[in-house]
Design a protein around this ligand. Structure first.
Ligand code: UDP
Ligand code: MG
Length: 321
């Protein structure tokens, strides 16, 4: 009933993986011994097209431990896709999955708490960072900006939560119904629903190796997150267009007034009027077209409209009717 899978996306993690495997095998043994998880629980390493010896290491662990498995992707597809590959593969064989990065920045000891919450009936347990002391000031402030921006764009995400979380099979089955290609798990998971909880931990610095998320990738991720979740930017363009059209009315009054009072050179009034008015109308039109494209975008993603938690109708015996 309580079969756990720990899914770890790895990209060029040869320096960190030895430490990570030692900690994860230890925690899985501990949880099995305490009877909180089934003894067939396992760790799944996803090699995201690493160019170093990551896969060889995973194969080594596989030989050493019966509960370690590997999934090798044919090329590097990025953290979110690699994680999704792992989640969907593990889903078939587990009742709950915990995803964690390969660099031990997230505290593995709170996995026990996550499992406890699951056993109490939570379907999603978010790992939330208590402090960000180990991150640089820059990373901290960009992160705060990121959450503010997300809020502005109407995207519901859990504050200070990255991709360290427990998901039940039920949630994963729903997640599998999201056919979209632009993945932003931190946005999708809360949008599914179900009972959830958070557990807090202190985020540490990387155990070894370098971050695979340099500044460029971080911005790309934030931009991706916004554009795959929100058509708010398009709405903003439309509003801006409307504001400019309104401003053009004020500009028109001013220009006409100047014209009547005879203070202007010939041609100025018509030029200034056209610039303002045409500019506003163009922006408004682009925004309106954008809104239709936004709707197409939402339709194309084909996300489920709702997720059913309990349906009593399924208990009706069809034979009796
Ligand atoms: N990762 C991955 N594919 C990539 C980049 C990163 O699977 O293309 C993995 C990486 O091995 C790590 C996790 O994603 O397990 C998070 O990356 P990292 O720790 O470098 O990010 P940071 O914590 O610095 O934001
Ligand atoms: Mg990291």
């Amino acid at each position: 009933m309580n079969k756990l899978s720990i899914v770890v996306p790895c990209y060029n993690e040869e320096q960190a993986l030895g430490y990570t495997n030692a900690e994860l095998t230890q925690i899985i043994n501990k949880l099995v011994e305490s009877g909180k998880i089934h003894k067939a629980s396992f760790i799944l390493y996803v090699d995201d097209g690493s160019k170093d010896s990551t896969w060889n290491m995973i194969e080594g662990f596989r030989k050493q431990y019966p509960f370690v498995f590997g999934l090798k992707l044919a090329r590097n597809v990025g953290h979110q896709n690699a994680l999704t590959a792992g989640l969907l593969a593990a889903m078939e064989y587990a009742d709950m999955v915990i995803s964690i990065d390969a660099d031990l920045q997230d505290d593995v000891s709170v996995m026990e708490e996550m499992v406890d919450r699951y056993r109490e009936g939570c379907e999603i347990v978010y790992g939330v960072r208590n402090r960000r002391d180990t991150d640089t000031l820059f990373k901290r402030s960009t992160a705060i900006g990121f959450y503010k921006l997300m809020k502005l764009m109407n995207i519901d995400i859990v504050y200070n939560h990255a991709d360290y979380r427990l998901l039940s099979k039920k949630v994963l089955e729903q997640f599998a119904l999201y056919p979209e290609r632009n993945l932003f798990l931190r946005g999708i998971i809360p949008s599914i629903g179900f009972r959830s909880a958070i557990v807090k931990y202190d985020r540490k610095s990387r155990v070894a190796g370098k971050s695979k998320y340099p500044l460029g990738k971080m911005f790309a991720m934030a931009f991706d997150g916004i554009t795959s979740f929100s058509i708010q930017p398009i709405r903003m363009i439309t509003v801006l267009g409307l504001i400019i059209v309104l401003c053009s009315l004020c500009a028109a009054i001013y220009a006409l007034y100047s014209y009547i009072s005879g203070k202007v050179v010939a041609g100025w009034t018509s030029t200034i009027l056209s610039i303002w008015f045409i500019g506003g109308v163009q922006l408004l039109s682009v925004g309106l077209i954008g809104i239709y494209i936004g709707k197409i975008y939402v339709e194309v993603k084909g996300r489920p409209r709702y997720v059913v938690e309990i349906n009593d109708l399924t208990e009706i015996d069809h034979e009796e009717q």
